[in-house]
Design a protein around this ligand. Structure first.
Ligand code: GLU
Ligand code: MG
Length: 460
């Protein structure tokens, strides 16, 4: 950011601050999501928004190495300073936190350069790379959460126990669902649906797709809204991959589609299930990269307690049209609306993921597949139209259907050997991410699974 850009930012922020004052807003929460997947925050009074937008707010680089439990990987240090710069265009008044507004922030160096370790910056670079090749990417994250409370033995008591997807849970939680709709709408979030999910105390919200960075911003906004809104009902919300052992977990499925000249490349084509042959190498490469991508999209030690067969978590590296046990599900849409709605859902991810890193990594993988496609390109394997979990392991192997990694150690190994992802992320971001993941593995090693589950239940 040069001085002209700083002035332009200051002007936009001054105008925004005036509207905030008119609404009696006292402060703005500037958030970023760290490499542990935790949303961290600095708040500034409305009177400091102009300063914050043009020169940033100080943030130590040590946060690049924070773990889920606030311990710090050995690579982290207290030296240096970064500038947290709010994106004023995304400024939102928080209905569930009266007096507070929110804006996602980017990290810059003191020299005014984008910080290479910035997770949001990575997502933006990849979205720009897609745009450069004429592609418009739309993304949307599904958000599942469980409301409840710890018991004295480290176990969990759900706040409602009515039937899965049952209307009973709406009654049990009084006006929770109706008011949540209203709160999200008043924040400009376009909700597609909210419904009770499978596990006791579990709900889900899906939101309309938007550009990749915008989708990651929205998932942060929605999760933090649900967290504080649930508090006002005397309930605690958990977005953890596994809230209690043995139950179905919280997914963080990523939906995306790609368009060229306004036309959906996942519909009306001549490839399998009518995707276009132009986009097939993108999808085939993402599918091939899934074992490495789950290190980013399912990055907690506990993620691998969720990513198991027959829980709709997409534990198998395969794709299928409307197959909810395939890690990659093609959502075709109904006849007549395919161009508008066809998209791909990656089910194997959860909300321990940093959504910016995940959006960026999926784009990086697919774009590398397109770049390598001159003279053909990678093809998708045969579609899988059954539950691979219903087959014997040998039969799955014979059909070429593999389980996705079964531990963070395994997926990290795949990520470290990936030809595209470390380069796309850049050394600084990649090294910090891996350091955090390795340290979390160490943190929870030699402990029963229950330990990591109860320690992280209300962290995510
Ligand atoms: N809760 C499931 C998961 O862990 C997903 C359920 C669904 O298909 O929406 O991903
Ligand atoms: Mg669901």
């Amino acid at each position: 950011v040069d001085i002209g850009e700083r002035e332009a930012r200051a002007q936009r922020a001054a105008a925004a601050a005036q509207t905030l004052r008119d609404q009696e807003i006292a402060a703005v929460a500037l958030t970023f999501v760290d490499n542990a997947g935790i949303t961290r925050v600095k708040t500034v009074p409305v009177g400091r928004l102009e300063q914050a937008a043009s020169w940033g707010v100080g943030i130590s680089p040590v946060f690049e190495h924070f773990l889920v439990d606030d311990s710090i990987a050995k690579e982290g240090g207290p030296i240096g300073d970064l500038r947290l710069m709010p994106d004023v265009d995304r400024l939102t008044v928080l209905s569930a936190q009266p007096g507070l507004a929110w804006a996602p922030a980017d990290k810059y160096t003191q020299d005014g350069d984008p910080y290479p370790g910035c997770q949001r910056g990575f997502a933006r670079r990849m979205a720009e790379a897609a745009a450069k090749s004429g592609l418009t990417a739309l993304m949307g994250f599904e958000i599942e959460w469980v409301v409840g409370e710890n018991d004295d033995e480290g176990g969990f008591v759900p706040a409602c126990t009515g039937p899965a997807y049952g209307m009973g849970r709406i009654a049990e939680t009084e006006n929770y669902v109706a008011e949540l709709h209203a709160v999200l709408a008043s924040q400009g979030v376009e909700v597609l649906q909210i419904h009770p999910e499978y596990t006791a105390g579990q709900f889900e919200v899906s939101v309309a797709p938007s550009d990749p960075v915008g989708a990651a911003d929205t998932t942060v906004l929605v999760r933090e809204t649900i967290r504080s809104f649930s508090h006002s009902y005397g309930m605690r919300a958990s977005f953890a991959p596994v809230v209690f052992l043995g139950g179905v977990g919280n997914g963080g499925h990523l939906h995306f589609s790609l368009r060229r000249d306004g036309r959906n490349l996942f519909a009306g084509g001549d490839g399998p299930s009518r995707i276009t042959s132009e986009i097939e190498p993108f999808l085939a490469t993402v599918l091939a990269d899934l074992p490495a991508l789950v290190a980013i999209g399912s990055p907690a030690v506990t993620s691998y307690l969720r990513l198991v067969p027959s829980r709709w978590a997409g534990a198998y590296q395969c794709w299928g049209s409307e197959n909810r046990e395939a890690a990659m599900r093609l959502v075709t849409g109904s006849v007549g609306e395919e161009d508008r709605v066809a998209n791909v859902e990656l089910k194997c991810f959860d909300q321990a993921a940093n959504p910016y890193l995940l959006a960026g990594a999926v784009l990086a993988s697919g774009l590398a597949g397109l770049a390598a496609a001159a003279g053909g390109g990678r093809k998708l394997p045969e579609q899988v139209q059954f539950d691979p979990g219903s087959l014997a392991v040998e039969d799955c192997e014979r059909l070429g259907i593999s389980r996705l990694p079964q531990s963070l150690d395994e997926s990290l190994g795949r990520l470290e050997h990936s030809e595209t992802l470390p380069t796309a992320m850049g050394q600084e971001l990649f090294d910090a991410f891996v350091a955090v993941r390795r340290a979390e593995i160490e943190r929870f090693a030699d402990r029963p699974a229950e330990y990591a589950v109860s320690k992280t239940r209300f962290r995510y």
